[in-house]
Unconditional design. Sequence first.
Length: 125
Amino acid sequence: MGLDSKLERYKTYDNLNDLSRLREEFKRKLRDVPPTMEYLRNLILDVKLLFRIVTDPNFDLKEEAREDFLAALWYFIDSKDSIPDWVPVVGYWDDYRVVRYVKEKHKEEIERYFSQTKFFIANYF
């Protein structure tokens, strides 16, 4: 299954429109992820960046990027995705790949965000 197909599974109406549920689930998931390996620390920073951009009311994110960012965040939150998160060492590897794919796919939107945002703190919560 390709990465776009994995993202499509998470583009449900509720996942794309319920930001308060996303915020709660996202914060819970961040508490559960052990930053023990470099790729996990990078994953945490990457999902925080996507979350920051998608929830910023002052930034007009393109719809395709918005949907992909939200789908990637829900993929990250889901513990039973392609590789269950509880699998030692590799459980978050698929999450890392999906999030990196989305960042690369929408790098121009991310660069636009940085160019329009005066004050950005990467690790803000």
